[in-house]
Design a protein around this ligand. Structure first.
Ligand code: 0A1
Ligand code: ZN
Length: 881
């Protein structure tokens, strides 16, 4: 907890480390309140630095017992210690060995960074700067060392002892009361990839043979009794290993690969070398206890962490400004994996939906920052949608520009050139420039410039010359502290649809064919003239969402309906439906705010019905197609003077209009999409369930007793958690006795299952019913709720703040005050979670004046509170700038 104003760290101030560490021997004696760590490191001055000066080691919340250099214990005058550093003013000139003994207190650690206890299991989280809470060290990613780790502990309390790399030795001590295990990781790594686990864990084991014939032992460790919930995660791991060999030629490089699931974890999971640590919500799954969405997420995150072994671990980041180098790239890789394992179109829609829901608002508000930021106060605040999701979009654009083969060549070169190094974004991009001979200098602007570009398109057709001229302009909105923007290099995939709905051949006036429908925009405005276009075509642009941009172009309702049914790019068909829905909804919002009635949306609804009923399309696709833009999406598209209640009402009314007009179609879909036989999380049956559950949601919008009865029947008759929760979710929006009955039954059934109970909290937190806030407050006192467990805070408080726009944005400010109080409460022990929760205010400046005023006052109160962590300080300061 720091009360002085923290100073930002700047990218331009990067300097190589004065000292390097080649090897570390760690000896960790686990104890709940006094864990002793002896770290013996081989240090040498960095020959690349002229005058290395003092040795400054990072350290926090450590009790120092002793420091020795080359076997000689230092006197207290030979070092200095502060809250954050241990400084040796005059270390030896040449290589030396430093041995430091410290203790730390895992039980008191509720920040969940460093070494802590989760339900009695010792575990670590060192990214980004947690290792300094374990020992004094050069805790920065450009110091790469090999590690040998000896862990010892009470045998009864911690029968399993794990660390990175390969197991080397184990044995007992004290006549069997204590024991130890030695692990060795031969791959040099930065300290943020260090991990250690000790506890009473059960495991499931399997084996994998790499393409070159090496055998790898795979094991997943979980709470005893949960072994049968690891089978899916194990299956996902093996498929990830196969995929990375096939698609990128990357093999695994240790004898073992271990995964441990813990209940208290700040994020999703962590890619520690050879020992991934996971939030148990992203490992444990069985048909009864996990939804299709959970199965899908587990697949994605297991893959993501596994892929980090090459993109992040073998090649790591020079400094934390380069975070997107590992995260954007690894998200891109997990997206490609899911696309290959499931369906490319649905995956693309899902990714773009996520990008627009999470990253676009970030880019449009006070927290906007470039994919590679150039300053930070607290790096933990930069594990953002911009670094991850937009970062992945930048990698995807490189693949779009170079083609899949060119991209693979660039990746091969990257692995060859930088294996074992701590690299930069420049190093990465240079590989693609080198293999393709293309100039990617302008492309670098994407990494340096915040804000979502607006792509303005205008198409003019000239019947006499049979040409169509497309004018493309990029408008770059200013972001905090950065008003002047440079033009970006934007890949734009497009097509021109003829009257029969088919794509016309794209030939430029010069006679040059447009390959794969891809043109490149580099200037602020450019014109592209296409020939042999006899009639006015319909433009389909930004196909596959070829660049993370907002699109502005005029299209008639008729054009949108045409694209909804004919576009050969299924992504853009979906996008056309979203755009049409947005148009209908925003008109309704405008009317409601003026006290007028909303228009009749029949033409839109009938167009939607076409796809809802189209048996030639995958059910999963149809499910995505008929979902309206969310209230948060609409708020973003409104952009200013947002009235969340008007948006809610407009959306609810359109849902009801759909549910009423298409009642028979929806019933037919509901009946025909029933899945028979035993449960499978595969994409096919999951898609059928998704479509069926969406149909159910629409069917109950009329609010008639028979509709509610159908939802209640769906809930009680469900045979898997996906259907059960879909029923609960639908009932949660009704003010009926069935609602209360369902929540009670759900609780009784699942009260002993902490992961399933998270959904019970969430669906009570996100309801638009006016009682939501009072319910959330009451639920905070529930015996199964704990503010110290991030999953519970996410399930209840984050859900309320991020997914209940009507109640969070209550005009009386009670929603804001409640969330702000929780931020300050959590900040006392877990600043990372507190700062994330505070980010739920990120769009406050776009609100209508009354709410804006109340939100501002609340934020000012947060800013005044003392003490504030640097995490919360940074977010609240930016928010009020
Ligand atoms: N590198 C992990 C995410 C992660 C980041 C920070 C954490 O603690 C502060 C934990 C996990 C990933 O991308 O999966
Ligand atoms: Zn990652």
């Amino acid at each position: 907890m720091k009360t002085d104003t923290p100073r930002p760290i700047l990218l331009k101030d990067y300097r190589p480390p004065s000292y390097l560490i080649s090897h570390v021997d760690l000896n960790v004696a686990l104890h709940p309140t006094r864990t002793q760590v002896r770290a013996r490191s081989k240090v040498r001055p960095n020959s690349a630095v002229a005058k290395p000066g003092p040795l400054r080691l990072d350290g926090e919340l450590l009790e120092l017992e002793s420091v020795a250099i080359d076997g000689r214990t230092l006197g207290s005058k030979e070092y200095r210690k502060s809250e954050r550093e241990l400084v040796i003013p005059k270390p030896p000139d040449g290589p030396f060995e430093i041995e430091i003994t410290t203790t730390c207190n895992p039980e008191a650690n509720k920040a969940l960074t460093g070494l802590y206890l989760s339900k009695g299991i010792y575990c670590t989280q060192c990214e980004a700067q947690g290792f300094r809470r374990i020992t004094y060290f050069l805790d920065r990613p450009d110091v790469l060392a090999t590690y040998t780790v000896r862990v010892e502990a009470d045998r009864k309390h911690a029968p399993v002892l794990l660390s990175n790399g390969n197991p080397r030795e184990k044995g007992t001590l004290d006549g069997g009361k204590r024991h130890y295990a030695v692990w060795h990781d031969p791959h040099p790594k930065p300290s943020y990839l260090f991990a250690l686990v000790g506890g009473e864990l059960a495991s499931v084991a399997s084996e994998f043979k790499t393409a070159s014939g090496k055998k790898v032992d795979l094991r997943i460790y979980v709470e005893p009794g949960k072994e049968n919930r690891c089978l899916w995660a194990m299956d996902c791991l093996k498929r990830s290993m196969v995929w990375d060999e096939k698609r990128f030629g990357r093999e695994y490089d240790l004898d073992v690969f271990n995964i441990v699931a813990v209940s208290d974890f700040n994020m999703g999971a962590m890619e520690n070398k050879g020992l991934n640590i996971f939030n148990d919500a992203l490992v444990l799954a069985s048909p009864e206890t996990a939804t299709d969405f959970a199965f899908f997420n587990i697949e994605r995150v297991i893959a993501h962490e596994y892929f980090h072994n090459w993109t992040g671990n073998r090649i790591t980041c020079r400094d934390w400004f380069q975070l997107c180098l590992k995260e954007g790239l690894t998200v891109f890789r997990d997206q490609e994996f899911t696309a290959d394992e499931r369906s490319a179109t649905e995956q693309r829609i899902d990714d773009v939906r996520g990008l627009k829901a999470r990253q676009f608002p970030e880019d449009a508000g006070p927290l906007a920052h470039p994919v590679r930021p150039d300053r930070y106060i607290e790096i933990n605040n930069f594990y953002t949608a911009t670094v991850y999701q937009k970062g992945a979009e930048l990698v995807r654009m490189i693949q779009t520009l170079l083609g899949r083969d060119g991209f693979r060549k660039g990746m091969d070169l990257y692995f060859k050139r930088h294996d074992g190094e701590a690299a930069t974004v420049e190093d990465f991009i240079a590989c693609f420039a080198d293999v393709s001979g293309r100039d990617l200098k302008q492309f670098m602007t994407w990494y340096a410039q915040a804000g979502t570009p607006e792509l303005v398109c205008e198409l003019k057709h000239d019947a006499a010359s049979r040409t169509a001229e497309l004018t493309l302009s990029q408008v770059l909105p200013s972001t905090p502290g950065d008003a002047k923007k440079k033009p970006l290099h934007i890949p734009v995939r497009l097509g021109l649809l003829g009257a029969d709905g088919r794509d016309l051949p794209l030939v430029l006036a010069s006679g040059e064919r447009v390959k794969d429908g891809l043109i490149e925009l580099r200037k602020r405005t450019e014109k592209f003239k296409f020939r042999d276009v006899p009639k006015r075509p319909v433009l389909s642009v930004l196909r596959e969402f070829s660049a993370p941009a907002n699109l502005t172009l005029h299209r008639s309702d008729e054009d949108l309906r045409f694209l909804m049914t004919h576009d050969s790019d299924l992504f853009n068909r979906w996008q056309a439906a979203q755009d049409y829905a947005t148009r209908v909804l925003l008109e309704a919002v405008g009317a409601l705010r003026k006290g007028h009635r909303t228009g009749k949306p029949d033409a839109f609804i009938d167009a939607l019905a076409g796809t809802l009923n189209d048996g030639g399309l995958e059910p999963a696709y149809r499910a995505l197609f008929v979902v309206l833009p969310s209230e948060n999406d609409l708020a973003r598209l409104v952009g200013k003077d947002v009235d969340p209640l008007a948006i809610h009402k407009a959306r609810k009314a359109l849902r009801k209009a759909i549910g009423t007009r298409l009642h028979e179609d929806l019933q037919r879909v509901y009946r025909s999409m029933e899945t028979k036989g035993s449960y499978s999380p595969a994409a096919g049956p999951a898609g059928r369930r998704a479509l069926r559950n969406i149909a159910l949601g629409y069917l109950t919008t009329r609010g008639r007793p028979e509709d509610v009865a159908q939802a209640a029947q769906h809930f009680s008759g469900s045979k898997n958690l996906t259907d059960e929760i879909a029923g609960l979710s639908v009932l949660s929006e009704t003010n009926t006795p069935e609602r209360a009955k369902a929540f009670d039954a759900f609780f009784e059934r699942w009260k002993d299952d902490h992961l399933v109970i998270d959904s019970w909290f969430t669906y009570q937190a996100v309801t638009a019913l006016p009682s939501a806030l009072a319910t959330v407050k009451k639920l905070m006192r529930h015996p199964t709720f704990s503010m110290e467990n991030p999953n519970k805070v996410r399930a209840l408080i984050f859900a309320f703040a991020m997914a209940n726009p009507v109640n969070f944005n209550r005009p009386d400010g009670a929603g804001y005050a409640f969330v702000a109080d929780r931020v300050l409460e959590v900040d006392k022990f877990n600043p990372q979670i507190a700062a994330r929760l505070l980010s739920s205010f990120r769009s406050w400046k776009a609100l209508e004046p009354e709410r804006r005023q109340v939100a501002k006052k609340t934020l000012q109160q947060v800013a005044k509170a003392k003490p504030l962590s640097s995490d919360v300080f940074e977010i609240v300061s930016k928010m009020l700038e």
